[in-house]
Design a protein around this ligand. Structure first.
Ligand code: 3UK
Length: 545
């Protein structure tokens, strides 16, 4: 290896990259994908605008404030970078956990981590102690920046996890709070000159086993994501106001609500609460023009969107809508188009790929199809041997592009990447015109309202309840959520399978793991179908569901 430049002093990320031969092939054919050896994505996404005279343009805001220009976000991020380095002792390559709902301060913290050359580990606000502990262990996370409102779990963990050295909270009024520490520093901070291939973030994904996997993305990957879907499919402009629901800890949200708008000097409105009614109201209140959310959210907003006249057709602001996270039903596309006149831009993305790699713009969209490979990416539908199948045949989706899967120290790398191609775990077919049509997941993942839920993790939780003898968790089709979590439960003798028990089990799951994982359906059974060797036959439960 000749190219060994790195700014990382803590080389944990580099040491835990998959072996070169286990990584996918990366394609850099597209213009704009030839990156210099040294690249810090904060310089490109934030500082460049200030340097080129766009510092006064609106950048990031939230319903209750604050409202920051590019220059103001830069000042905030630079003061936090000083806190990271001087007060907390963060060195380049250290992992910094971020824990907050979507809000401007979270964006400032994210850029501070980039500037300091550290590795951002953003976490979903609804995660509980159990999940946070797994993330801190796996990522050997030494530091955390957290919203005061969500600090309880981290306060608990810092006492029992020696690896976690320091937690600093914003919104904390004490002298140790982030804002108090920021006041002691100047805003000028010289960005660490990271290598284009220094890891800048770990994005966690729950996988099928419930054992979280950390995907590793470089500064280069964040910039590469700006060169594909945004200019070729989305085509937003500097005057656009982005808004949406996905958490910034989910790369769908990080790209759509921070990286993409800032790459083009546009602005973004961040919502702590972004359920359909909140999102709808916020689009109208903030004049949002570009929306990123899940298919189910468009479905739920359709009637209100029409009534409130939020679309450009009806004199409102909204002009572009992106759906991802799960398949977009043709019925939802039609419903939204009728309500707003807007053709949804569907796109399949994955945490492993950072963002969307198959999509179609408004003019190319076809109901029931996800679209075509985004420029910079290649996609194929293949059989078990990795050979391309004929048009119209269902097979496994395999993709390549400028981004790709690198799991942190994980044997499952070999399942996602084979022969240089990324296998997303989706069954797809390609039609005669080249459009890709989603069929299903090839594994046991449950995708409910855009959340990936691993059956075994819910099973594991239910099995901790005193009344549960055996259980099996499956995904069952649901019109609104795509799938819902269903638990088939065998009770221990002496317990009754009634409505009170259903509620007790649901509450138990909600209190133990992130609440979105709870079984919306519970069925009590005498026994579970198993093979002679005792293996659970999930497919039998699914066919009887
Ligand atoms: C499914 C879709 C059909 C598919 C994501 C946009 O969802 C994202 O990442 P995840 O790692 O899940 C990946 C899996 O979700 N999926 C996503 N989008 C679609 N299925 N149609 C779609 N449009 O199974 C995929 O393999 O949570 C989405 C951008 C960034 C992301 N991380």
């Amino acid at each position: 290896m000749t190219d060994v430049y790195t700014a990382h002093i803590d080389t944990f990320a580099r040491e835990h990259l998959p072996a070169l031969e286990a990584q996918p092939d990366f394609l850099f054919e597209l213009p704009g994908l030839q990156f210099p050896e040294r690249l810090n994505c904060a310089t490109e996404l934030l500082d460049r605008h200030v340097k080129e005279g766009r510092g006064d343009r609106p950048c990031v805001s939230a319903p209750g404030g604050p409202w920051w220009t590019y220059a103001e976000l830069q000042r905030q991020a630079e003061r936090i970078a000083h806190v990271l380095v001087k007060d907390m002792g963060v060195v380049p390559g250290n992992r910094v956990l971020l824990r907050a709902a979507n809000k401007p301060m979270l964006v400032a913290c994210w850029f501070a981590v980039m500037k300091a050359g550290a590795v951002a580990v953003a976490t979903m606000p609804m995660l509980r102690t159990k999940e946070l502990k797994q993330i801190i262990e796996k990522g050997e996370v030494g530091f955390a920046l957290c919203d005061q409102a969500l600090r309880a779990e981290l306060d608990e963990l810092v006492l029992v996890m020696p690896v976690l050295q320091r937690v600093v909270c914003f919104g904390d009024p004490s002298p140790d709070g982030l804002e108090a520490l920021m006041k002691r520093h100047d805003f000028r901070f010289k960005n660490v000159e990271t290598a284009a291939d220094d890891t800048c973030l770990f994005a966690f994904t729950s996988g099928t086993t419930g054992q979280p996997k950390a995907t590793m993305h470089f500064h280069r990957d964040v910039m590469a994501s700006c060169m594909g879907f945004p200019p070729h499919v989305l085509r937003a402009e500097a005057g656009d106001v982005f808004i949406g629901s996905p958490p910034l800890a989910f790369t769908f949200g990080l790209g759509g609500l921070t990286v993409f708008p800032m790459h083009i000097g546009a602005s973004t409105v961040l919502l702590e609460r972004a359920g359909p009614p909140d999102l709808l109201a916020a689009i109208a209140a903030h004049g949002a023009t570009v929306c990123f959310t899940a298919p189910t959210s468009y479905r739920a907003m359709a009637a209100g969107a029409k009534e409130k006249k939020i679309s450009a057709r009806d004199g409102g602001p909204l002009r572009k809508c992106v759906a991802a996270g799960e398949a977009l039903p043709a019925a939802t596309r039609a419903l939204w188009k009728e309500a707003t006149g807007i053709e949804i831009i569907d796109g399949i993305g994955a945490t492993e790929m950072f963002h969307i790699f198959i999509s179609a713009d408004e003019a190319q969209a076809r109901p029931g199809a996800t679209g075509l490979a985004v420029p910079g990416y290649r996609a194929r539908v293949v059989d078990e041997m990795g050979n391309t199948v004929p048009a119209g045949t269902i097979g496994r989706l395999a993709v390549q592009g400028p981004t790709g899967c690198r799991y942190l120290d994980d044997t499952r790398q070999a399942e996602y990447v084979k022969g240089g191609w990324n296998y997303t775990g989706d069954a797809y077919l390609q039609d005669a015109d080249g459009y890709f049509h989603y069929q299903s997941r090839t594994d046991d993942m449950i995708v409910s309202a855009g959340y990936n839920i691993a059956a075994v993790e819910v099973e594991d939780t239910l099995l901790r309840h005193e009344a549960v003898a055996e259980c099996a968790v499956i995904g069952v089709a649901d019109e609104e959520r795509g799938q819902i979590v269903k638990a088939c439960v065998v009770l221990r003798p002496g317990h009754r399978g009634d409505a009170a028990m259903v509620k007790a089990l649901q509450d138990f799951v909600k209190a133990s793991v992130a609440p979105y994982k709870y079984p919306r359906a519970v069925e009590f059974r005498e026994a579970l179908p198993r093979t002679e060797t005792g293996k659970l036959q999930r497919f039998r439960l699914r066919s009887s569901a």
